[in-house]
Design a binder for this molecule. Structure first.
Ligand SMILES: C[S@@+](CC[C@H](N)C(=O)[O-])C[C@H]1O[C@@H](n2cnc3c(N)ncnc32)[C@H](O)[C@@H]1O
Length: 208
């Protein structure tokens, strides 16, 4: 498969099962393809924002951890209590090999997550709340499992924000007192080498 087709192939998955199967098949080549060929910048930006708001002693959930690129960046910054979840067993297997997560589970964002209320100091999420991936309902569960005054840090394509209903959901959650916006990053090129025109923000919320 050519690199250009790769994202198209991922985004055209018809349901979560097909998406998981496609990520399973991509898992072995994901790190080299994304970092070397696409210039995947978002894990670093999400991590930089985490260092600003979340103590290194905190318990963090990496939601849609994939092969563990965010976990690897967080681990380099001194975070040790890292939990990862992902739809794809193949991606989780690669994440396990990095030996930076204390726990890894197969779970689906958009469904109920098997974690207690308020158990995390922060949830981080890079490249997952997007077309054909995890829906706005994921945000409600992220809030439930984060302690009051904890943080939720996630990246999002600027076009997906409004088109997929995230903008409306984020605002409803703020108006209803579930969380408060703390910071939105500058727009950045997540795939700087292949999709320079598609821009992403990273959003930081504090749970109330
Ligand atoms: C583009 S990758 C990003 C992985 C990692 N966060 C990174 O920055 O490299 C998207 C990941 O989200 C996972 N994913 C997609 N939809 C999901 C869902 N509804 N629930 C859990 N994981 C999901 C995929 O399996 C894949 O590993």
């Amino acid at each position: 498969m050519t690199e250009k087709d790769r994202l198209k192939w991922i985004y055209s998955s018809k349901d979560n099962q097909e998406l998981a199967e496609r990520y399973d098949r991509w898992a072995n080549d994901y790190d080299t393809e994304l970092e070397d060929n696409y210039g995947w910048a978002t894990p670093r930006i999400v991590t930089d924002l985490a260092t600003k708001y979340v103590s290194t002693t905190g318990r963090l959930l990496d939601a849609g951890a994939g092969t563990g690129l965010v976990g690897q960046c967080l681990h380099e910054e001194g975070y040790r209590d890292l939990v990862g979840i992902d739809l794809s067993e193949g991606m989780l297997e690669k994440a396990k090999q990095k030996k930076v997560y204390r726990e890894l589970y197969q779970m689906v964002l958009g469904e109920s997550l098997n974690f207690p209320d308020g158990g995390f100091d922060a949830v981080v999420c890079a490249g997952v709340l997007t077309f054909g991936h995890a829906p706005p309902d994921s945000l409600t569960e992220m809030i439930r499992i984060t302690r009051p005054q904890g943080h939720i840090i996630f990246s999002m394509r600027s076009d997906a924000h409004e088109e997929l209903g995230f903008k409306e959901r984020q605002e409803v959650l703020e108006v209803s007192g579930r969380w408060k916006l703390v910071e939105v990053s500058q727009l950045h090129q997540a795939f700087s080498k292949k999709e320079p025109d598609i821009l992403h923000h990273v959003w930081v919320y504090r749970v109330l």
